[in-house]
Design a protein around this ligand. Structure first.
Ligand SMILES: *Cc1c(COP(=O)(O)O)cnc(C)c1O
Length: 227
């Protein structure tokens, strides 16, 4: 069955495959998270029929409403983290992309311990230094990783960033810098196994082919899927 959403999805898969081919990567290394924050359950249902199974939401209420509607899919929490909302996604999110403070990290760990589980998270880094962006400064990463390595209930799977919009060169520089950070800190965390920086969540509708060329393992795409 053809639909706008299916057509868009296939076009995105092709662009990702092309980007991979340019740099010798395997497209199977790249997961598309469909960011569904601007659409309803009808569109999500169509996306599932088109082959998408990872979805992202940035508000806990919508995260839970849609996750309950489609419990068999993987739901990612990608929004900024308020301490009083942590209980709404810990143990439910396949991956939390947006951990940007020690306070959030400790809150997630505490909740995870209470539930007797371990929560997979990414640390959000504000590589470009834009004031408007969430995320820790790159030089704060070692401290946050050290904190994470001591927290039961936390598994750090990688890093996330948002690039400046409207400028391909600075977007690419941002993605490249995040990859360099991963390389530099990949071995931190020692033997606890709580830190394994494999994932790079970077690239949105405007810039995902660049992000894939620079090593993204997860792209978070909204508008290009639904438009
Ligand atoms: C909305 C959002 C996206 C998707 O952005 P598009 O430009 O619609 O592709 C990706 N990541 C985060 C954190 C978002 O909030």
């Amino acid at each position: 069955m053809s639909s706008v959403i299916a057509d868009n999805y296939h076009a995105i898969c092709e662009r990702i495959a092309d980007a991979c081919a340019r740099v010798g990567r395997d497209p199977a290394e790249v997961t598309i998270v469909a960011v569904s924050k601007t659409v309803g359950v009808e569109e999500v249902a169509q996306a599932i029929r088109s082959g998408m199974h990872d979805f992202g939401e940035n508000r806990t209420a919508m995260f839970n409403a849609k996750r309950e509607a489609f419990p068999d899919e993987r739901w990612h929490f990608i929004g900024s983290i308020q301490t009083n909302k942590i209980k709404d996604f810990v143990g439910r999110a396949a991956l939390v992309h947006s951990v940007a403070s020690e306070r959030a990290l400790r809150g997630i760990a505490k909740r995870a311990q209470m539930l007797g589980l371990s929560q997979k998270v990414l640390l959000e880094v504000n590589v470009s230094g834009e004031q408007s962006k969430d995320g820790i400064a790159p030089n704060a990463l070692p401290t946050l990783l050290e904190c994470a390595s001591e927290l039961e209930g936390i598994e750090v799977k990688g890093l996330m960033t948002m690039a400046p919009q409207g400028n391909a060169d600075s977007a690419r520089a941002t993605f490249r810098a995040l990859r360099k950070l991963r390389e530099r800190f990949a071995a931190s965390g020692g033997a606890t196994g709580r830190i394994q920086l494999r994932e790079l969540s970077m690239g949105m509708s405007e810039d995902y082919p660049l992000a894939v060329e620079e090593g993204a393992t997860i792209v978070r795409i909204g508008r290009s899927i639904w438009a």
